[in-house]
Design a protein around this ligand. Structure first.
Ligand code: NAD
Ligand code: TYD
Length: 354
């Protein structure tokens, strides 16, 4: 029986990973450790919360005494580490939390795993989930490969880059069996509406202005979140220790095209006539500081070595996502009550007025 710690399992991607592992591996014991920050929500896991192979533990990866106790009690065989501060705009506003959780919290987890395993690494794995943003920004040409030099620009990507370096250093220095994947932008159900796609859907539903940074020409490579969870499953079980895998959607889109497509799909599903009228809500606003121009992933390594490729088409994934948000307005209300309004005003009030 395998005991696996998943950190950040109450967040967006983490909840899909927890759900997948709990359902796919009834013989494993899955422990979800999450601090439940604004981004973490147990509503994301209602359908698996009573499964016999699942347990939730509330805790902070910055608290080493707590981690040590948990590791000694549970004696994990594997760690899948997703807990992080994850939003670029928040990192511009308050970088410190990103250093604490993403860098120091990751080092705490590495130390806890090293302490528990104590050089006996047979059947053990420390899997760190990272982002393509560590590679910096591309111009109009080219793709990020696993060999692309790190060149982070935002406090978020700098903190993720630092955490990746620590994970590799623990592999090289102490022989810890580490593996890392760097993934492009995810979208799908349960994503907190501070990120482009759910924020746009929410504003369309509420007929509020849709803020598009700059001219909307920046490009992101979008991957449906369940395809990411599947890649994580594969890498956890079959990836080589010491290796890095890039994961992407082979799906480059300009932000303005994403927003316009969301207007068309959401209007159609809401029965608003003619579909696409919500485009009149689009507002081009002051650009993000240091806004990375383009991200795009070369997925050949994971395809050739592990046989992984994204399964969900852009059209299918976006329709599933919009439908989910329309059917789960209670969830949307629950996660955006309270502090969300203050966040929204702080980030967008001046931008939308100017
Ligand atoms: P998220 O913000 O939705 O979730 C993060 C989770 O971590 C939350 O549940 C939060 O409560 C928890 N958390 C935060 N600080 C914690 C702490 N100190 N201790 C314990 N738990 C804590 O993030 P996400 O979008 O699901 O991203 C998950 C991981 O995947 C992150 O490491 C992120 O860098 C990486 N990633 C995200 C994307 C994307 O498009 N969202 C793409 C590539 C990689
Ligand atoms: P986001 O979802 O924050 O992901 P990331 O910055 O990690 O790529 O943003 C995706 C793109 O959308 C990015 O180029 C910034 C842009 N964007 C907007 O134009 N308006 C918004 O309100 C937000 C949140 C993002």
């Amino acid at each position: 029986m395998k005991k696996i710690l998943i950190t950040g399992g109450a967040g967006f991607i983490g909840s899909h990973v927890v759900r997948r592992f709990v359902r796919q591996y009834p013989g494993y014991r899955i422990v979800n450790l999450d601090k439940l920050t604004y981004a973490g929500n147990l509503l994301n896991l209602r359908d698996v919360e009573n499964a016999p192979n699942y347990r939730f533990v509330r805790g902070d990866i910055n608290d080493f005494a707590f981690l040590k106790d948990l590791f000694l009690r549970e004696r994990f065989d594997g760690v899948i580490h997703l807990a992080a501060e994850s939003h670029v705009d928040r990192s511009i506003d308050n970088p410190d939390a990103f250093v604490r959780t993403n860098v120091l919290g990751t080092v705490n987890l590495l130390n806890a795993a090293r302490m528990l395993w104590n050089g006996n690494y047979e059947g053990k794995r420390f899997y760190h989930i990272s982002t393509d943003e560590v590679y910096g920004a591309l111009g109009n040409e080219g793709l990020f490969t696993e060999q692309t030099p790190y060149d982070p620009h935002s406090p978020y990507s700098a903190s993720k880059a630092a955490s990746d370096h620590f994970v590799r250093a623990y592999g090289d220095t102490y022989g810890l069996p580490v593996v890392i994947s760097n993934c492009s932008n995810n979208y799908g159900p349960y994503q907190f509406p501070e990120k482009l796609i759910p924020l746009t859907i929410r504003n369309i539903i509420r007929r509020q202005p849709i803020p598009v940074y700059g001219r909307g020409e920046n490009v992101r490579d979008w991957l449906y979140v369940e395809d990411h969870a599947q890649a994580i499953d594969l890498i956890f079980h079959r990836g080589q220790a010491g290796e890095t895998y890039n994961i992407g959607g082979n799906n480059e889109q300009r932000n303005i095209d994403v927003v316009e497509k969301l207007c068309e799909i959401t209007d159609e599903l809401l029965g608003r006539q003619p579909a696409g009228t919500s485009k009149e809500l689009i507002r081009f606003v002051r650009d993000r500081a240091g806004h990375d121009w383009r991200y795009a992933i070369d997925t050949s390594k994971i395809k050739q070595t592990l046989g992984w490729a994204p399964r969900t088409s852009w059209d299918e994934g976006l329709r599933k996502t919009v439908r989910w948000y329309l059917e789960n307005t209670d969830w949307l209300e629950a996660v955006t009550s309270g502090a969300y309004r203050d966040y929204y005003d702080k980030m967008y009030k001046n931008r939308l007025q100017s």
